[in-house]
Design a protein around this ligand. Sequence first.
Ligand code: TXA
Ligand code: MG
Length: 363
Amino acid sequence: MTTNPRPNVVAISPLQIDADLIGTAARALRDGQLVAFPTETVYGLGCNALDEAAIAKVFAAKGRPSSDPLIVHVDGLEMAESVIEGPLPPAAKALADAFWPGPLTMILRRGEAVPLAVTSGLDSVAVRCPSHPVAAALIHGAGIPITAPSANRFNHISPTSAQHVIADLGHVCDIIIDSGRTDHGLESTVVTLDGADVTVLRHGAITVEQLASVEGIRIADDGTSVDSPASPGHEKRHYSPRTPTVAVRGNSIDFASTPGLELGAATSVIYAGYSDREPELPSAWRFESLGSLASVEAVGHDLYFELRRIDALAATAIVVELTGTPGLGRAIDDRLTRAAGSTIASTSAELAKVIAEATATHD
Ligand code: TXA
Ligand code: MG
């Protein structure tokens, strides 16, 4: 793979789309190059979904296993139908009418035009029509479906700004479009359909409650019983900081009167919680806010940004607090749980053990 010593960053305002710059990026995509671009959820690492050589470059750039399928991004219903088998089924049409363009990804039957490399050999394909004006203009300009996984190294925290993309993949993108921070800050919701029955494979920017409100749709599984096999690549450890991370439920641990949580001088623990319910922490711990639960949307918008910031503080361990709230809180809690490698400490003894292990491996 070619690498660029200096990232080629192009600024495009979502409020004033520069047609020439979009044209250049669209041509690069048609030529099989890698273009990182903003969507309303997170930044994506885009390439021509019909070009196997370009797809191979995306997997290599991310360090992503080929068993983890990619999402195909389209500019509307017509392009969506060009990548699936037959027309959109009625339930998918109802969801598209309700949420497209927007942060909903639907798993549909793969059309022959889509290489198996995109879908990791599956007969299904993930399809999404983003609403971000820059993404929409880019896909429309290219005139071809665009695969775009989140533009981060595999298993790292998804990028919500061009700076994040540069930090993870700056040297392997042919072009990085910088349009500022993304709107939702959390990935799209991924659903699969069986007739009118919807199963949530990944919680995201569209809530289960929003999905359930669509006429002609039944929530067969709200994600409670879904685990990695149904959504390949949706692993227990994902969206991860480099600092050892453990999750706790709010108010589940009495920090003030817990022995074993006090730290030696060489150790530092950051507790990432919410400004409106800051717990009393052991003296050497430091509180960092993920925002206020008064606006769960704001917490979602800032979550990856804050996790990257907190990770850069290079503490011995990070303790993240789950929101415990429905709606968007489920997507946030899903990401926090995966950031913690699915380790949720429910007693102070468990927490002390995880922190002791992190301290032992700290260099
Ligand atoms: O918001 C988003 O969806 C972002 C932006 C860039 O659009 N993209 C994104 O892509 O999050 P990625 O590759 O990081 O996540 C794609 C998810 C993975 O969990 C993958 O397993 C699932 O979609 N997926 C893709 N194709 C699938 C399929 N055919 N069946 C089941 N799950 C699939
Ligand atoms: Mg991802």
